[in-house]
Write a protein that binds this ligand. Structure first.
Ligand SMILES: Nc1ncnc2c1ncn2[C@@H]1O[C@H](COP(=O)(O)OP(=O)(O)OP(=O)(O)O)[C@@H](O)[C@H]1O
Ligand SMILES: [Mg+2]
Length: 243
């Protein structure tokens, strides 16, 4: 069944500072969409608008979950998570003093996911064997790459339909970046997720994206309808490819 997100003409601000201007983005069911932008351009703010953490000044955000449409603006984060939308936040936000397994258990806060705790945990440990080996290790003592895997796995404990991932590559060595991006693709395929991923690592993001948007100073500067269109765009070449 269809699971999509439509962000329409969203404006957002922190006090008098405008951060998002007229942002329109569509993530169709089963797609991976890349939100590309360098530091401070509004990627996380947009993710927070979807999750009800920041309330847009104006605009609409509609999620279709299992074929049913829901207006998200005005809902609490808990309600949005309950619908089946999960965020892997920037900087992972794990509980460092709790174990891997405890972090995963706390991830299963959505009502519908509680009955599936065992199956989801088994899948996480299957998909990330390193987490299984380290299930009793404190999250804060894991390496950066392991922590990113744990953050992804924790979001899956919600049995989400739509997954938002905010800069999964930050702070990781190149090999771990490509492993993390591969993991997102693998999880998406296994769970038939719809994915919106914010990234600065253009090459890695475009590897798994169906299409993408470039955000500059809070405005969508370019919409590439395919990875090829993104690769061939002049702005993208200037900002990301050094050409
Ligand atoms: N809580 C806040 N209060 C005031 N200004 C904020 C707040 N959060 C973000 N901003 C500002 O909004 C702008 C966009 O920030 P945002 O975090 O959305 O960007 P980003 O694209 O995610 O950047 P990065 O790649 O560094 O994570 C920045 O100028 C930032 O300083
Ligand atoms: Mg950010």
């Amino acid at each position: 069944m269809a699971n999509s997100i439509t962000i329409e003409n969203v404006h957002a601000a922190y006090g008098s500072v405008r951060v998002l201007e007229d942002v329109t983005i569509t993530v169709n069911s089963g797609e991976t969409v890349a939100l590309l932008g360098t530091n401070g351009n509004g990627k996380s703010t947009l993710m927070k608008c979807v999750m009800g953490i920041v309330r847009p000044v104006s605009g609409r955000i509609v999620a279709e979950i299992d074929g049913e449409k829901h207006d998200l603006v005005g809902r609490t984060t808990e309600q949005i998570v309950d619908l089946g939308i999960a965020l892997v936040p920037e900087g992972r936000r794990l509980f460092p003093k709790l174990t891997v397994e405890e972090n995963l258990l706390l991830g299963a806060s959505r009502r519908k996911a509680r009955a599936q705790i065992k199956a989801n945990m088994d899948f996480c440990f299957d998909a990330f064997s390193r987490l299984a080996e380290r299930r009793n290790q404190l999250a804060g003592s894991m390496s950066g790459g392991e922590q990113q895997m744990l953050a992804l796995a924790r979001a899956l404990m919600l049995s989400p339909r739509i997954l938002l991932v905010d800069e999964p590559s930050v702070g990781l060595a190149p090999l771990l970046v490509s492993r993390t991006i591969d993991a997102i693709k693998q999880l998406k395929d296994h769970y038939q997720l719809t994915v919106l991923m914010a990234e600065q690592n253009f090459k890695q993001a475009v590897r798994i994206a169906d299409h993408g948007y470039v955000i500059v100073h809070g405005k969508i500067a370019f919409e590439g309808r395919s990875a090829e269109e993104l690769n061939n765009n002049d702005l993208v070449r200037k900002l990301y490819l050094g050409m």
